[in-house]
Design a binder for this molecule. Structure first.
Ligand SMILES: [Zn+2]
Length: 596
């Protein structure tokens, strides 16, 4: 495996691979391009042919050639390996593990089942009823074929018999989720007398199914889904993504709908940048997947479900993950979802979708409609309606904007509104705080440490640009201001012969988990300080170091503040004295830095 990975790295140039997806341009000894993973006009996505890696200094994604393929193709590591091995002309058979093989068997079962169901559609009297149902919902033939819709016949063993005859073992068929194990012995088909919607992964491989009951058989559950299997994890599968990812990227936005039928009908009406989280509520993993393609999400809901918890949670999560979120609302009472709307109005659907408005506007207007200035209760209701969303917004500027609008509407001071909003307990915050623990989502609480780490990295990047320039600084540096990586690096730099500094052999001294960080910092040093003269580098070094010191002192002051309050509450006079002295020291240190 390791062998194959290094062979691939040797044979392929990262610049060639990335150029297949992006328009790259030369930047010194590196290359740069507008980042495909976040919205930007000025390129901050850098590729280093020398180090065989890439890094975006805007959204901070980066890594090897494999990480790039995983991100841009939305695939897992084995798949990325497969794609790149094919490009490099390397045979992978040898290291195919048994998991790989059993996964492949499940893909084969799902594909065979999809073909089986496709054939059944229209091939019996109940198969014809299924076609009739689809036609009644407004589907055209081409759409039925494109989405590979099918029919599961009303028997206990049609599919399982077919799969057995195709050479799959009972265990494999059970593992695929297509059948249910009897308590006594044997198996029976999970899907019977149902219209079948194959669910595919982002590469278009069928991984599971949703089966919908035919009209008239309503005693049973309306929809059933394949259970969790080795290849089907519904918290990570978005229905329709294999058809829509190109359009999502092209339009730089994604329309989120609730059901499979909504996705299908939206495609039929010409709106193809659409997905649904099928069979489950939207998860943070779904959003992380979409983030690879766009930062703009349009939620579609009918006016009734705008207040539904699942919808609100989804929106809250998306705001928390820094998506710009808009609302598409269907106001026709006869249409409960996009599928109904397309059936009734066809191409008009495109107009509805393009009339989406920012989700905060939508909820703000809703709150305003119900507001009665004379009632205190009504004031509270307005705050309750919008607070969860305002709290979820991760941009401070945008949050301030909405607090200001609310203050104006309710004729209350902004500070009071802010305090009210922050004190509202709601179900959304459970989600947003859970999300905030993930490092990728520019979180409020983790902002300080993150900013501190960035300052550490920037400081290192200046030094890497011309290490011998900073000989004195390196030995004189007060390491208590540095994070652990930076202080280790400065420690090692102090032992180096800086006149003959070589980054490659220097990086090799560190553990593999740190080398990647160092590679990024090195790339940053080339990208950031390309045209800087020696004296300018010195100035930058001092500026960054001062900023870092200020940050650390502010953090320590905040901690001291808490400790002092605790000591006061406990009436611990001795401690208060010590803490106060420390507080003065730090404030003076801060003043010194300011006057520097
Ligand atoms: Zn980026």
């Amino acid at each position: 495996m390791e062998d194959n990975i290094s062979k691939i790295k040797e044979r392929l140039s990262i610049v060639d691979i990335v150029s297949g997806y992006l328009k790259v341009q030369k930047a010194g000894i590196n290359f740069k391009a507008p980042c495909p993973f976040h919205n930007e006009k000025t390129p901050s996505f850098f590729i280093s042919p020398e180090r065989q890696m890439w890094k975006c200094f805007g959204c901070s994604k980066g890594g090897s050639i494999f990480d790039f393929i995983m991100e841009i193709e939305g695939v897992d590591f084995p798949e990325a390996l497969r794609i790149l091995a094919a490009r490099a002309g390397i045979e992978l058979e040898k290291f195919d593990s048994s998991v790989r093989n059993s996964k492949d068997r499940l893909y084969e079962i799902c594909e065979s089942s999809a073909r089986f169901f496709e054939k059944q559609l229209g091939h019996s009297s109940s198969g014809s009823r299924a076609v009739e149902y689809l036609k009644n919902r407004g589907l055209e033939n081409a759409t039925i074929i494109k989405f590979r819709l099918g029919f599961a016949p009303k028997t206990w063993d049609a599919l399982s018999g077919y799969l057995r005859n195709s050479g799959f073992t009972e265990k494999e068929i059970i593992d695929s989720g297509m059948v249910i194990k009897r308590e006594s012995e044997g198996i029976y088909d999970r899907f019977r007398s149902r219209v079948m919607f194959p669910i595919s992964d982002v590469n278009g491989r069928v991984v599971g199914f949703t089966g919908r009951i035919l009209e008239g058989d309503e005693k049973e559950a309306k929809y059933i889904n394949t259970p969790q299997t080795l290849i089907y994890d519904k918290s990570r599968i978005l229905y329709g993504l294999e058809h829509s990812r190109g359009d999502i990227r092209k339009k730089d936005k994604c329309l989120l709908v609730e059901g499979n039928m909504d996705v299908i009908m939206s495609h039929q009406a010409g709106v193809a940048n659409v997905v649904a989280s099928s069979g489950t509520a939207l998860t943070p993993m779904h959003l992380a997947m979409l983030k690879r393609y766009t930062d703009n999400l349009d939620f579609c809901f009918d006016t009734d479900s705008a207040g539904a918890m699942a919808t609100k949670r989804g929106i809250g999560m998306a705001l928390g993950q820094n998506f710009s979120v808009r609302a598409v609302s269907i106001d026709d009472k006869e249409c409960k979802d996009p599928a109904d709307y397309v059936k009734k109005y066809g191409k008009e659907w495109e107009k509805i979708v393009s009339s989406a408005r920012p989700v905060m506007d939508f909820y703000f207007e809703k709150a305003k409609e119900n507001y009665k200035p004379e009632s205190a209760e009504s004031k509270k209701n307005v705050i309750l309606t919008v607070a969860p969303f305002i709290k979820s917004i991760s941009s401070r500027v945008e949050r301030a904007h909405w607090i200001n609008k609310l203050a104006y509407l309710l004729r209350v001071k902004e500070e009071a509104i802010e305090a009210d909003i922050m004190s509202v307990q709601d179900d959304l915050s459970v989600y947003s705080t859970a999300d905030r623990r993930q490092p990728a989502t520019g979180a409020k609480k983790t902002k300080l440490p993150v900013e501190r780490d960035i300052l550490n990295e920037t400081l290192l990047s200046v030094v890497f640009k011309k290490p011998f320039l900073f000989k004195e600084e390196i030995t004189a540096l007060d390491k208590s201001f540095l994070n652990s990586l930076a202080s280790q690096v400065f420690g090692e730099l102090a032992k180096e012969n800086l006149e003959q500094f070589n980054f490659g052999s220097f990086a090799a001294k560190f553990n593999s988990d740190k080398t990647l960080d160092l590679e990024f910092i090195y790339l940053r040093s080339q990208a950031l300080w390309d045209n800087f003269e020696d004296d300018e580098l010195k100035v930058e070094f001092n500026n960054i170091l001062n900023k870092l010191k200020q940050k650390i002192i502010h953090l320590r002051l905040a901690d001291l503040g808490y400790e002092m309050r605790a000591a006061e509450a406990a009436g611990d006079k001795a401690s208060i004295g010590v803490l106060a002295a420390r507080f003065n020291e730090l404030t003076q240190a801060l003043v010194k830095i300011h006057n520097f």
